[in-house]
Design a protein around this ligand. Structure first.
Ligand code: ADP
Ligand code: MG
Length: 189
């Protein structure tokens, strides 16, 4: 089943004034999608509520509008899908599903620790897309924590080597927009 991408998240709908550590110019440059054409990856790093998923979906919508093939998934979903394959042929078929699109979004890297098998398949996928197709990845966990996440420092180093060789890393160091909305609500009568 194809992942449905919520179409209402756009770059225009993003309030850059709420996130001063984020360069609006950089995001607008990404929105021209040259990163998709050059197979460059984009990594959004930051705490919850800082707009990582919003910006990923906004870029995904731009890419879809330009006729690119796009697949959106979370790391948890991806890891589960690649683990439950009962035989190698099925596994290759599932891997192909994640390798084929010109843009793959892997959201929420950091919330789930991977088993050894899942970590291996995550590495295989990143290696297969290396210089072949773009990945947008979001994480609340800085790269130094990825060894623990994958349960394997050597594998994490090899994965990050490929992921980051051609990549834009965008760190967002602001507050949560969800909390801002909550505060606004509690202030209204
Ligand atoms: P993250 O993925 O970093 O946890 P989200 O992108 O899911 O955060 O953002 C949480 C909610 O707040 C979403 O509904 C998103 O559209 C909205 N949001 C976050 N940052 C902004 C912003 N700067 N301007 C407008 N909406 C925002
Ligand atoms: Mg998110």
């Amino acid at each position: 089943k194809a992942a449905r991408i919520p179409s209402k998240k756009t770059v225009e709908g993003f309030d850059f004034s709420f996130q001063p550590s984020l360069s609006e110019r950089r995001i607008r440059e990404l929105a021209d999608l040259s990163f998709v054409r050059t197979c460059t990856n984009v990594v959004f790093l930051g705490p919850p509520g800082t707009g990582k998923t919003h910006l990923s979906l906004a870029l995904a919508n731009r890419a879809l509008a330009e006729g690119h093939t796009v697949l959106f998934t979370t790391l948890a979903e991806l890891a589960q899908s690649l683990e439950s394959a009962s035989h190698p042929g099925l596994m290759r078929q599932r891997l192909r599903r994640y390798i084929a699109p010109s843009l793959l979004i892997i959201d929420e890297v950091g919330y789930t620790r991977l088993t050894a098998e899942q970590a291996h398949h995550f590495f295989e996928l990143v290696a297969a897309r290396y210089e072949h197709g773009s990945i947008i990845l979001t994480s609340n966990t800085s790269f130094t924590g990825w060894g623990a996440l994958l349960g394997d420092e050597v594998l994490a180093t090899a994965l990050l080597d490929r992921l980051l060789h051609h990549a834009e890393v965008i760190a967002i160091n602001g507050g949560s927009y969800r909390m801002k909305e909550r505060r606004t609500e509690s202030r209204s009568p």
